[in-house]
Design a protein around this ligand. Structure first.
Ligand code: BEZ
Length: 267
């Protein structure tokens, strides 16, 4: 994940559905016992634990110290370390790199893709899911409207996330030396935890970067107002939802022979 200073316990308590959805990715990854996998943006380590149960040797990295501390506490037998995906280096190439709900926090995707390629053995796979174009558009526009209504200069409001279209991300992957095997861009209107305070909790956990242009004494008011603006669309059947849009990716670092053919211009 990319934002520093996470509340890792609160994340586990109220946003456990994130790793729940991540388990769907394991089907796409198709891990074999004995394979080596790098989990990029591992959060509190739930996916890494699921991989370990399948006999995979996992190394989990996350830029956030609190997430890594929580991951180590939750899963003492797994190797976790604090590292930024923009400069991660592995000693031994891995069979696969997996990433769930993390790449949208990493704002230099070409650099991350280059690091992923360098970490993979030839023929290794990169399987990821993260926010795609249009992700949380309703939440973002509600925050923007609430911030402007509270007197914030709109030019000070920025999105802290990278939500690419399939075409944009496929272009980056191909430029970075990957073969794109599969890509899906789909809506996942996601029910938030029953016990949570819905969009208010979501914004408190994840929205700090959206609110940097808003003066600190107004942030709570802006969050409450944004939640009310979201309510007609995102509060359904007695539950809050987030308007997630996912980009799911399966790409491959070509094996040596294919790589050589491509560099010779015959690929
Ligand atoms: C997401 O999983 O799509 C997401 C989570 C937090 C902030 C932004 C996006």
């Amino acid at each position: 994940m990319g934002q520093q200073g996470w509340d890792a316990e609160g994340y586990d308590r109220s946003f456990g559905f994130v790793s729940g959805y991540g388990r769907e990715l394991l089907g796409l990854l198709g891990p074999e016992p004995g394979e080596r996998v790098l989990d990029l943006g591992c959060g509190t380590g739930e996916l890494a634990a699921a991989l370990t149960e399948l006999g995979v040797e996992v190394r989990g990295i996350d830029a956030d110290a609190a997430m890594i501390a929580q991951a180590r506490a939750n899963h003492p037998g797994i190797h976790f370390e604090q590292a930024d995906a923009h400069d991660v280096v592995v000693a031994e190439p891995v069979d696969a790199v997996l990433s769930n709900a993390a790449l949208h926090w990493m704002l230099d995707p070409a650099v991350v893709i280059a690091r992923v390629r360098a970490a993979l053995r030839p023929g290794g796979r990169f399987v990821a899911e993260f926010g795609g174009q249009g992700n949380v558009a309703i939440i973002r526009s509600a925050v923007r409207d609430a911030a402007v209504a509270a007197g914030t200069d709109p030019t000070r409001l920025n999105s802290p996330w990278f939500f690419p279209s399939p075409a944009e991300y496929a272009t980056l992957l191909e430029a970075g030396g990957f073969r794109v095997r599969r890509m899906e861009h789909f809506d996942r209107f996601t029910a938030l935890d029953d016990g949570s305070d819905g969009i208010v909790d979501w914004l408190r956990m994840f929205g700090t970067g959206l609110l940097t242009g808003v003066s600190t004494d107004l942030r709570d008011q802006v969050i409450q107002d944004a939640a009310e603006r979201c309510r007609p669309v995102l509060f359904r059947d007695g539950r809050w939802h987030a308007d997630y849009v996912r980009l799911r990716v399966w790409a491959e670092r070509p094996d040596r022979a294919t790589d050589d053919r491509c560099s010779a211009g015959v690929g």
